[in-house]
Design a protein around this ligand. Sequence first.
Ligand code: G3P
Length: 214
Amino acid sequence: MKFFIDTADVKEIRDAADMGLIDGVTTNPSLVAKTGRKYVDVVREICELVDGPISAEVLSTDYEGMMREALEWRDVHANVVVKLPLTPDGLKATRACSKQGIATNVTLCFSANQALLAAKAGATYISPFIGRLDDISEDGMDLISKVVTIYRNYDFDTEVLVASVRHPVHVLQAALIGADVCTIPFKVIDQLAKHPLTDAGLAKFVEDARKIPR
Ligand code: G3P
């Protein structure tokens, strides 16, 4: 499973990339708004830090506006993946981008049927939001299972990118199901590496190491 980091904070990206864990980056308008910086400046800097797919979202909600922005993002860097919302206009833009060879990440997916439409439109990635489904007492991981099954049934090339990840169990379940990509907030990447028995074991080794004659 590929690990993307879900952030627009370049410091977090740098730290995670230094651990050799990052295959790509996903951003969205809410994450970029937190930085106080221009979206394009953030994406340009990320492209210098990570050599992999970098999702940058369109801000328009109509087809013409999305296509205008998609072409602008395409010209920013070869690794930019245009993030489009799962709406009728977004699907139309996905189809048009696919025909022009522009990579897309279809976002705000909350149902298996929506994911089926995105694949049929030629999306490069589909982003089902699992945490937000869990938040309203639905089973986000059940959606991932369904989408993975449907895509396998019909050999779609669209990759399942698990988004809205909130904790390490989400990452584990995504890997068990066989999702292609999991986009993970920095805090959760940090949690993945930690285990109390590792800490306790290391403390004991450090203590015993002092007893070894030098
Ligand atoms: O990038 C989209 C997604 O991962 C958002 O997550 O936590 O705002 O639901 P969240």
